[in-house]
Design a protein around this ligand. Structure first.
Ligand code: SAM
Length: 212
């Protein structure tokens, strides 16, 4: 990365000032070996949830709740976050973060299970936003499910879409990197979607389902 781009990235990631709720959730994330969204992505999630007036959101990969708190803070007052994680300890930590953030219990639906098993059980065209931040291997299936779950005008977000800089480097042929390249290509050519890849954090893939 050029020095100028690195400086822009460092500046942008350093701008958000996080409160104690998020800082404690970040600490619990590291204790559990979970990588939370970057500060820049965390701030972007709140803005995008607010800007899209999201009332129903699905998150894949609750972790210790950093991204969930950020989404919930942008979502409307009576909105509901459905968040899925295969690790019960992570879900427990995520619930702790939501409680500390003062989120009423009826605004979160935490589901323990593998995303590939849970997502097919969720209702078609019922969600305003889907955020994917779990295993890379499952992404093609999760992205396909997300398109089914989204309402017209709904937004799909994929964290770590640049895979720590590896997606942009054609010499890297790792399985996870190839999967991200393939998912990006699928979204760009999908007739129901408009999409953009932002170089915030480790890359934020965005797509909106065109109203049909
Ligand atoms: C990068 S962390 C999520 C961090 C979280 N979004 C945040 O910013 O606080 C990925 C999470 O995905 C979960 N996970 C991994 N594979 C999964 C799967 N197949 N189904 C559901 N959750 C999975 C892990 O247990 C972990 O908590």
């Amino acid at each position: 990365m050029s020095t100028e781009k690195q400086a822009n990235w460092t500046y942008t990631e350093g701008l958000p000032v996080e409160d104690d709720v998020l800082l404690r959730a970040r600490d619990r994330s590291y204790e559990l070996g979970v990588t939370p969204v970057s500060t820049g992505i965390a701030a972007a999630l709140t803005v995008l949830a607010a800007g899209s007036k999201a009332m129903t959101v699905v998150e894949v990969g609750s972790g210790a709740g950093v991204s969930g708190v950020c989404l919930l803070r942008g979502m409307g007052q009576h909105s509901v976050l459905t968040t899925i994680d295969s690790d019960v300890d992570h879900l427990r930590a995520a619930r702790e973060a939501y409680t500390e953030a003062g989120i009423p219990g009826n605004r979160t639906r935490t589901i323990s299970g593998r995303a590939a098993d849970v997502l097919p059980r969720l209702t078609d065209a019922a969600y305003d936003l889907v955020f994917l931040d779990a295993d890379k291997a499952g992404l093609p299936v999760y992205a396909e499910q997300a398109v089914r779950l989204l309402k017209g005008g709904g937004m799909l977000l994929i964290n770590d879409a640049l895979d720590g800089g590896k997606v942009a480097d054609p010499a890297v042929r790792e399985a996870s990197t190839n999967t991200l390249r393939q998912v990006g290509k699928t979204l760009r050519s999908h007739e129901q979607l408009v999409s953009a890849l932002l170089p915030a954090g480790n890359g934020l893939q965005m797509a909106v389902k065109i109203l049909s």
